[in-house]
Design a protein around this ligand. Structure first.
Ligand code: HXC
Length: 258
């Protein structure tokens, strides 16, 4: 599939989606978010694909929603089109693992789409922020919720009320990113991690993702019960038999995703 605002590449078991509007630091236009939704749909339906890496350029993962495009929007237009939920939510609904590989700016909606991914690998040049307050708006794609879950109230509140950007190092300390990697190695490392995940039993990978996400939606007791049911159901898969037989026979498992 070819797109105007992003590049979708498939590399054996993984897909790499590269946001590609360099002149505007990958600002998230309507076209871009629609194309991102379509690229994810393609990956969701492609059985060969076990994980996705979402990335941008060295200078910017994405500098936020496209300000030029939204500046004249009226409330009625925003309400009627349910700005911005429809296409942006494809990322949070995506069932396969998706890793954000962030270099440079991840601001506003850019940080929000990174946070919709399962985890963020950051280059040492990455900068994260929610600068919406300086535009006379507030975050609108989950920033006030996901950032607060990720880094706690004190730091999220400070970032959202002041628009202060944080470095990759600060983001790692705060728990926003899982790891910081030298910029030149980020893409290779993200693809290596995605390939590793794609090699495991897909039903287990999807269940593990679903169970972790449940922690944000429910009580501890309900979450633990949900996890236990999924755990028990893994014993119905061929991959569980293969994984454990391979361990006992001291060989590498060959998962069939069944
Ligand atoms: C449209 C953008 C843009 C954006 C950058 N550009 N960010 N265009 N929307 N979000 C454009 C600039 O206008 C400029 O175009 C070109 O990209 C390069 O940017 P510069 O500002 O010249 O680069 P630099 O000086 O390095 O500064 C980088 C920057 C700054 C700090 C990231 O561009 C910036 O502050 N951008 C806006 C960030 C922001 O406020 N994001 C939140 C958006 S609101 P020209 O034509 O001049 O070369 C949001 C709400 C989401 O995301 C809520 C859900 C919808």
């Amino acid at each position: 599939m070819t797109f105007e605002t992003l590049i979708l590449e498939k590399k054996a078991t993984i897909a790499v989606i590269t946001l590609n509007r360099p002149a505007v630091l990958n600002a998230l236009s309507n076209t871009l978010t629609k194309e991102l939704g379509a690229a994810l749909q393609d990956c969701a339906h492609d059985e060969a694909i076990g994980a996705v890496v979402l990335t941008g350029s060295e200078k910017a993962f994405a500098a936020g929603a496209d300000i030029g495009e939204m500046k004249d929007k009226t409330y009625t237009e925003a309400y009627l089109e349910d700005f911005i939920t429809t296409s942006w939510e494809e990322i949070s609904k995506f069932r396969k693992p998706i890793i954000a590989a962030v270099s440079g700016f991840a601001l506003g909606g850019g940080n929000e789409i990174a946070m919709m991914c399962d985890f963020i690998l950051a280059s040492d040049t990455a900068k994260f922020g929610q600068p919406e307050i300086s535009l006379g708006i507030i975050p609108g794609a989950g920033g006030t919720q996901r950032l607060t879950h990720a880094i706690g109230k004190a730091k999220a509140m400070e970032m959202i009320l002041t628009g202060r950007m944080i470095s990759a190092e600060e983001a790692e300390k705060a728990g926003l990113v899982s790891r910081v990697i030298p910029a030149a190695e980020l893409q290779a490392e993200a693809e290596k991690v995605a390939t590793k995940i794609a090699g495991f039993s897909r039903p287990s990978v999807l269940m593990a993702k679903e169970a972790v996400n449940k922690a944000f939606e429910t009580t501890l007791a309900e979450g633990v019960k949900f996890e236990r049911r999924l755990f028990q159901s893994t014993f119905a898969t061929e991959d569980q038999k293969e994984g454990m037989a391979a361990f006992v026979e001291k060989r590498k498992p060959v998962f069939k995703h069944r």
